[in-house]
Write a protein that binds this ligand. Structure first.
Ligand SMILES: Nc1ncnc2c1ncn2[C@@H]1O[C@H](COP(=O)(O)OP(=O)(O)OP(=O)(O)O)[C@@H](O)[C@H]1O
Length: 256
């Protein structure tokens, strides 16, 4: 059984078709990168997988459960990390446990010993155990994003979703964050979907690539298949050979 099954999903916002009859399966433990230009539908797809947005048509299964009943199994890392700046990295990571806690425990923000061990282990996974007591607000962008990953891991998800997790970071910090995320996914056998704009970083860490353009899946393949021509097709809707100006526009995307 695939870890994720997306079946004929369409999402309309009034007359905007954000996703148009999208289908794919993802086997357990695969690390998938979603590529596509601004407005292609990447965030919409991740929000549907997280149960935050219902599809207009079609359905999504996480394992054998339809999405909606499986939200706490899904951890999410956002572009804006949404950390509580005046709390320590450890306290922020710990809040990941609340998504699985009952209402009363959540309201009392009461954590048990296992939650605390999980938070420390997750901080260790992202290389921040020595910074556990540091205030999140005083951390670098890359460190904050790693705390965001730790918080998602504390949720003990089966599926990790990341919506442009490194787009606000410089290339070195972006690589660091992606390698911690990949390591965490490998260690824990997590199925992962990350949308990324930096094609070179995507190629380094992705095992499979799904290209989305105008709400449709226009590419689904391996690193070997993700040629410069394919990247241009995903981002510009035409191959380099067909481009009017013939400039190496992939460079714009790679350096973005
Ligand atoms: N809540 C909403 N209401 C109306 N239209 C929306 C809403 N959310 C997304 N859209 C539209 O759906 C389309 C897909 O948007 P989406 O945010 O999924 O794209 P994206 O690929 O994630 O873009 P970006 O890379 O800029 O984040 C766009 O045309 C967008 O304007």
């Amino acid at each position: 059984m695939p870890a994720i099954s997306v079946n004929n999903v369409t999402k309309r916002y009034d007359d905007v078709v954000a996703l148009d009859d999208v289908s794919f399966d993802i086997p357990e433990g695969e690390f998938v990168v979603i590529l596509g230009p601004s407005g292609a539908g990447k965030s919409t797809l991740l929000r549907i997988l997280n149960g935050l947005t219902p599809p207009t048509d079609g359905n999504v299964y996480i394992g054998d459960e339809p999405i909606g009943s499986a939200r706490s199994e899904v951890g999410m890392v956002f572009q804006m990390h949404y950390l509580i700046e005046n709390m320590s990295a450890y306290r922020n990571a710990l809040t990941g446990a609340l998504s699985r806690a009952g209402l009363v425990r959540s309201l009392l923000t009461w954590y048990d010993g296992q939650d605390k061990r999980n938070a420390l282990e997750a901080l260790d996974t992202v290389g921040l155990l020595d910074f556990a007591e540091q205030r999140a607000g005083s951390m670098s962008g890359g460190q904050k994003q790693r705390v965001g990953i730790a918080r998602a891991l504390v949720q003990n998800p089966d599926l990790l979703l990341a919506d442009e997790p490194v787009s606000s970071l410089d290339p070195k910090a972006a690589r660091d964050v992606m390698s911690y995320m990949k390591e965490a996914a490998d260690e824990r056998g997590l199925t992962t979907l990350a949308s990324l704009h930096q094609v070179n970083i995507a190629r380094e860490f992705g095992e499979r690539f799904i290209g989305v353009r105008d709400g449709e899946v226009v590419f689904d393949g391996s690193r070997e298949d993700l040629t410069m021509e394919v990247v241009d097709e995903i981002y510009y809707g035409e191959s380099m050979d067909d481009a009017d100006d013939g400039e190496a526009r992939l460079g714009e995307v790679v350096d973005a």
